[in-house]
Design a protein. Structure first.
Length: 170
């Protein structure tokens, strides 16, 4: 719903976003109400509500936000490098994702009539208002692994620990 296309596997469950952000520093990340996946969400929810309003709870999409969303639309390797080389751009992009996530939640609340029916998560948690499951699965495997990985990448790029390109000397 941030503008990515989705890819589905013939053998694996679920789908994945196809990264589309090329330059994190200038990215304009926002809720795309004209995008295919939001339009399909609206059509599907309206069809369900036409037949099932008041008979069952309709769960919203599983939303991905924070670093998980950024990894999906920018690519996990690109994000890891940006975390080292351009953390300000990462923070800027995360602020845009947070804003878009709030707008998506507002739109889902209206679409699924949370004030009237409440909401339910994919885990079966119900609330008379809004409920969602915030999470962040994006990880580099802990501090030691991250430091080892980032040091290896710095050496490959000829950068020092301070991140300054050059001879590799601090």
């Amino acid at each position: 719903m941030l503008g990515a296309d989705l890819k589905f596997s013939e053998t694996e469950p679920g789908g994945w976003a196809v990264p589309f952000v090329e330059d994190l520093a200038s990215a304009d990340i926002r809720f795309d109400r004209e995008g295919e996946w939001w339009k399909r969400t609206v059509e599907f929810a309206q069809a369900l509500r036409a037949r099932c309003d008041g008979k069952l709870l309709i769960a919203s999409n599983t939303l991905v936000s924070n670093l998980d969303a950024l990894a999906a639309i920018y690519g996990p390797q690109n994000l890891l490098m940006a975390m080292l080389d351009n953390p300000d751009a990462v923070h800027r992009a995360l602020a845009q994702i947070d804003r878009a996530h709030g707008e998506i939640l507002d739109a889902l609340a209206e679409l699924l009539d949370y004030p009237r029916f409440g909401s339910i998560t994919r885990h079966g948690l119900y609330s008379r208002g809004r409920v969602n499951v915030p999470q962040c699965d994006f990880s580099v495997g802990g501090k030691a692994k991250a430091e080892s990985w980032s040091e290896q990448k710095r050496k490959e790029r000829g950068a020092s620990k301070s991140g300054i390109l050059g001879s590799g000397k601090a």
